[in-house]
Design a protein around this ligand. Structure first.
Ligand code: SAM
Length: 286
């Protein structure tokens, strides 16, 4: 057994579990699973399987099922354990709790009641996909699952059109074709990646433009679990002759400084750069 039993103070411990490969779990998460007085899981069978793989006995500890459909009923029981000063560990079926998974109401209620709420961090498909997609990671927006009906999906994508960040979506293999094609229509042909079955035997990352991905998904429909990552909107390249024409026009009406400022603003360019161009133009036109 990799886990060791430790003395945990009373409180709620959120545990991240693997998104595929069972050994992608932290030693601390295993210690908490081995030591918590009460266990709760979105899917109790998956948690028991994971504990079996890592040689952690459940013993006579309670293991409660807690998910979106029984939360109202089960939450009071978990809150009661917390009120008794017990340590309660919660895991979702895969990955990090609350990332497109249950746990939010429980976390909020426990925190508001003043109990310790803590986390043993670990895998999530968001971070794994971002690591592999080959797209900028300086800023990203996790948009979860898009709506399944076309009208709602298209308006949800429209709302993301101008977000200056890499976009990350969860998607089902059944809907990914329609989703990619709506993204292509609304967002234009941006660089993207379809990341499938991450950390599992058939892990695959297709890095391509949205139009290429639409074709590829039609030709070879993907199976398994999917994350779609899409680049942010890029400013269209400035056409130099348009810029020079605008500068010449502006220079007939205003000072070099004002002309550069106005044209830089209109083209979304750095003022200094346009000023240098205006200076050069002014000299050649003399
Ligand atoms: N809590 C999980 C996490 O932290 O990533 C996400 C749970 S959500 C209900 C399940 C969705 O996450 C899948 O439909 C898929 O979009 C994505 N996902 C989970 N595991 C994945 C994997 N191994 N490869 C690709 N996508 C995955």
């Amino acid at each position: 057994m990799n886990a060791k039993t430790v003395k945990l103070v009373g409180g709620l411990y959120f545990i991240a579990t693997p998104i595929g490969t069972a050994r992608d779990i932290t030693l601390r998460a295993l210690d908490i699973l081995a030591s918590a007085e009460v266990l709760a899981a979105e899917d109790t069978r998956s948690l028991r399987r994971l504990m079996d793989i890592h040689g952690i006995p459940l013993g006579d500890r309670p293991l409660l099922s807690y998910h979106d459909h029984n939360g109202e009923r089960t939450r009071p029981k978990l809150m009661q354990f917390l009120a008794q000063g017990r340590s309660v560990a919660y895991a979702s079926e895969a990955g990090t709790p609350m990332i497109a998974d249950p746990g939010y109401d429980l976390s909020k209620e426990a925190a508001e009641a003043g109990y310790l709420v803590t986390s043993a961090p670990g895998p999530t498909a968001i971070a794994t996909a971002l690591t592999l997609a080959g797209l900028p990671t300086d800023k990203f927006l996790f948009a979860g699952f898009l709506p399944s009906t076309k009208t709602a999906r298209v308006s949800a994508i429209e709302a993301l059109k101008d977000v200056p960040a890499t976009l990350v979506f969860y998607e089902s293999p059944k809907r990914v074709g329609k989703m990619l094609s709506d993204c292509l229509t609304v967002l234009g042909d941006r660089p993207a990646a379809m990341c499938r079955e991450l950390t599992k035997k058939f892990e695959e990352v297709r890095r391509a433009s949205l139009s290429e991905l639409v074709t590829s998904v039609n030709e070879a429909p993907p199976k398994g679990e999917i994350v779609v990552v899409i680049d942010r909107a890029r400013k269209a390249a400035v056409n130099v002759s348009d810029l020079e024409a605008d500068l010449r026009e502006a220079l007939t009406q205003m000072s070099l400084k004002d002309a550069s400022e106005m044209v830089a603003g209109a083209h979304g360019m750095a003022r200094r750069k346009v000023y240098q161009m205006a200076l050069a133009l002014d000299r050649t036109d003399e």
